[in-house]
Design a protein around this ligand. Structure first.
Ligand code: ADP
Length: 448
């Protein structure tokens, strides 16, 4: 086992990883940018090293500064959290070449699955259904029009190196396709340094259902059930839950098996998530594999009782996974609401600033993962997520009741947050019935 872990991240995920390390008796090193000097992760870690200025490229994406921080503090492993360098195969390789263990999948896993087009082809090869789409990267508008005709509108342009919804455009006709094609390529080039895009049929009103997997270095792979992440705004998740209210045990087994098969095919190691879209007729389609810890991982932890961060660390240190598939049981229901510093009345506009009062919810069935405290300042340079509230109940209704009560208790002043939005959803008939698709938030705002 490692003795000291550096966390190459900030915010709630850095705090989450530090907490797991402390419980495992491991020492921790935080890295922080100048505006994050007073951040909770820097305070909670045993040691903290400033790695640069506010811009991510100068700090949280600054590989030489992070490796130097690990070397001067004698850290023997790096946990990348999610975002920033978490899916960067080059970074993982540099860690290994410096004799520092990267806590995550192998660089080969990341390269193969980080490219959506290659991941699609890999899934298809082993018989996992994929969304109909272009067989290869599309180079010209003319080619795009030809393929869109075959697929039939609507279609979605996607960046092969994509993530975070960047480079993605839904198109309902040729005019829109032509006007979006170049912008999608440019956006992909700017965000990922890779302009490759491809087309997929745009499924109408699907649900997003993903499967958590864990794989050790000895080829033992298990899944930990699914998360339903259908409640999204502009293709970004806002509320997640486990189990999904849309699938039964038969479908659960089917996608669980598919996810394990996908992971086996790539000799996957560590924690990962296989994402699917589910259509109205109960058909599943492979979307992508995320080769890291997900923001929404706590709902899986609540219903399985398995700490995913501790498992990631144990696997990276070479330990065997102790769980057999049959021993993993889904018990109760969990819901996560992402509290973002955003004004929901102004189209979810980010609202960074100083927080004077922060009083999180508590009590039975409530977990809050956050880096916020009274008197802290949310800098404008990073993600607007400031807390995650997770409720756990013996069934979905109880988890909703606990979530409602938690959102009522939660005080964050004076900045605007997504709490009013979540309260609204928790009282909405369609949400209560579990009857929704990825256009839910759009429809909600239209109906107001
Ligand atoms: P990213 O990696 O940028 O987050 P994903 O491929 O994971 O992009 O897709 C994010 C979300 O976009 C999905 O959860 C879904 O809501 C929507 N989406 C993606 N592809 C399709 C599709 N072919 N049809 C319908 N919706 C899609």
């Amino acid at each position: 086992m490692f003795s000291k872990i550096l966390i190459a991240n900030r915010g709630e995920v850095a705090v989450r990883v530090i907490r797991a390390c402390k419980e495992m008796g491991l020492r921790t090193v935080a890295v922080y940018s100048e505006p994050d000097a007073q951040s909770l992760h820097a305070r909670l870690a045993d040691e903290a090293v400033c790695i640069g200025s506010s811009h991510p490229s100068e700090s949280y994406l600054n590989i030489p500064a992070i490796i130097s921080a690990a070397e001067i503090t004698d850290a023997d492993a790096i946990h990348p959290g999610y975002g920033f360098l978490a899916e960067n195969a080059h970074f993982a390789e540099i860690c290994e070449s410096c004799d520092i263990t990267f806590i995550g999948p192998s660089p080969e896993n990341m390269r193969l699955l980080g490219d959506k087009m290659t991941a699609r082809k890999t899934a298809e090869k082993v018989g996992i259904p994929v969304i109909p789409g272009s067989p290869n990267i599309i180079k010209t508008k003319e080619e795009a029009i030809k393929i869109a005709k075959k697929l039939k509108y609507p279609v979605i342009i996607k960046a092969s190196a994509g993530g975070g919804g960047k480079g993605m455009r839904v198109c309902h006709n040729d005019v829109r396709l032509v006007s979006s094609f170049m912008t999608a390529q440019q956006e992909a080039e700017a965000a990922f340094g890779n302009a490759d895009v491809y087309l997929e049929k745009y499924l109408e009103r699907p649900r997003h259902v993903e499967v958590q997997i864990l794989a050790d270095r000895f080829g033992h792979i298990v899944h930990l059930g699914e998360r339903d992440c259908t409640i999204q705004r502009r293709h970004q998740k806002l509320i997640e839950e486990s189990p999904s209210p849309a699938i039964d045990s038969k479908l659960r087994k089917k996608i669980g098996d598919m996810a394990v098969k996908a992971a086996k095919t790539c000799n996957y190691v560590n924690a990962g998530t296989v994402e699917f879209l589910l259509d109205r007729y109960g058909n599943f389609y492979f979307l992508e594999v995320n080769t890291r810890l997900q923001v929404e991982h706590p709902v899986t932890e609540m219903v399985t009782g398995i700490d995913l961060v501790k498992e990631q660390i144990k696997i990276a240190s070479g330990m065997k996974l102790l769980y057999k598939q049959d021993a993993i049981k889904i018990k109760g229901a969990a819901i996560e609401c992402r509290i973002n510093a955003e004004n929901t009345e102004k189209d979810f506009m980010p609202c960074p600033g100083k927080i004077d009062i922060y009083l999180p919810a508590g009590g039975p069935g409530v977990r809050v993962d956050s880096h916020v405290y009274s008197g802290c300042t949310i800098p404008p340079y990073y993600d607007s997520m400031i807390a995650k509230v997770i409720s756990y109940g013996k069934n979905r209704q109880e988890a909703i009741d606990i979530m409602k009560r938690s959102l009522d208790e939660f005080i964050i002043e004076p900045i605007k947050t997504t709490i009013p939005f979540h309260k609204h959803v928790m009282n909405d008939t369609l949400f209560l019935r579990g009857d929704f698709a990825t256009d839910y938030v759009e429809r909600l705002s239209l109906s107001e």
